[in-house]
Design a protein around this ligand. Sequence first.
Ligand code: FE
Ligand code: FE
Ligand code: FE
Length: 169
Amino acid sequence: MAEKTLNDLFLDTLKDIFYAEKQILKTLPKMARAAKSEEGKAAFLKHKDETEGQIERLQQVFEMIGKPARGKTCEAIQGIIAEGEEIIDEFKDSVALDAGLISSAQAVEHYEIARYGTLKSWATQLGYKDAVALFDANLQEELATDKLLTKLTKLGETQANPKGAKKAA
Ligand code: FE
Ligand code: FE
Ligand code: FE
């Protein structure tokens, strides 16, 4: 077997995030359905649409490097999603449900941000200039989503924690 290179690692990681994005695409509508607040629902649905575009960008990267668009099981995203499902299950009748959903979503975004940051650096090193721009487009959407979720967390402090709201008032 030939010695592995950064190119191999790049392809494996591209497959990893491709798999992860497809799992996320399936999960976001469930999160939107579970969310109690309109803001939460809207955020998850908006990001579902963005995720469709992100998957298309990844398909373009596969095409650019002449490889079939194929995912590789990402146990990290499976674990993060499983944790989110556990929260939906255990907090479905609770005022803290949305806070839990948002926290799960942020864990997802942070995983994606880590992956896209790395892929962008490697694409630069490997001279895949057009791929750099595609990864960056995805990265910017993940960063913006993370920011929005942080905003919703702050908004939710008063809803999910009425005691805290009293104190703040
Ligand atoms: Fe994504
Ligand atoms: Fe992974
Ligand atoms: Fe995302």
